[in-house]
Design a protein around this ligand. Structure first.
Ligand code: SF4
Length: 69
């Protein structure tokens, strides 16, 4: 079986300022975990590249980046 790596966005919570910008730009990917209160990435089979790129550009703290899985 061939495994296909998918790219997933990850948030560096150490630098995230909780500005909610990514929630506005890409609400299907970024969400608030109401238990922890932190911003998190939704569990999706694949991530919409354009939306995530927008969020990466928008993030004032440069806290979002792609990671290969
Ligand atoms: S845009 Fe960046 S700093 Fe703002 S909540 Fe999202 S990850 Fe955090």
């Amino acid at each position: 079986m061939v495994e296909i790596a998918i790219r997933i966005p990850v948030i560096d919570l150490g630098t995230c300022t909780d500005c909610e910008g990514c929630l506005e730009v890409s609400p299907s990917v970024f969400q608030r975990n109401w238990v922890t209160g932190l911003i998190e990435v939704a569990e999706l089979d694949s991530y919409p590249e354009k939306e995530v790129e927008e969020a990466i550009k928008y993030c004032p703290a440069d806290s979002i980046q792609w990671e290969d899985r």
